[in-house]
Ligand binder design. Structure first.
Ligand SMILES: [Zn+2]
Length: 112
């Protein structure tokens, strides 16, 4: 399970960004094809965040649906798995989204 190391790097990055202040909320995007389990990330977070500036932070996880654009007909279509094909039958397409793992935003407590 590599979610633990993912959560560790999220906590590390957000802690650095906070520069000693408390982090209120971290929003991350997880693509449906990234192979990362949002539930596992949510599960690991409180454990990893304990004793860091993220201790009281909310982890906001947004799942990103996988989509691709067909090379043949130009249609954009959902690709819930790696074996998806365009409705026109083509299997040649460019993936638009769905395999990302991003920190979208970090909300930091205002300095007192
Ligand atoms: Zn097509």
């Amino acid at each position: 399970m590599h979610e633990l190391s993912i959560v560790c790097s999220i906590v590390e990055l957000a802690s650095e960004a906070a520069e000693g202040r408390a982090v209120r909320r971290v929003t991350i995007e997880i693509g449906k094809l990234s192979g990362v389990e949002p539930e596992a990330v949510a599960f690991c977070f409180p454990e990893v965040a304990r004793g860091t500036p993220l201790e009281d932070a909310t982890l906001d996880i947004r799942e990103v649906e996988a989509e691709a654009r067909c090379d043949i007909c130009g249609a954009e279509f959902p690709t819930p798995d790696m074996l998806s094909a365009c409705p026109c039958g083509s299997r040649q397409f460019e993936r638009l989204r769905g395999d990302e793992l991003n920190i979208k935003s970090i909300e930091i407590e205002e300095a007192a």
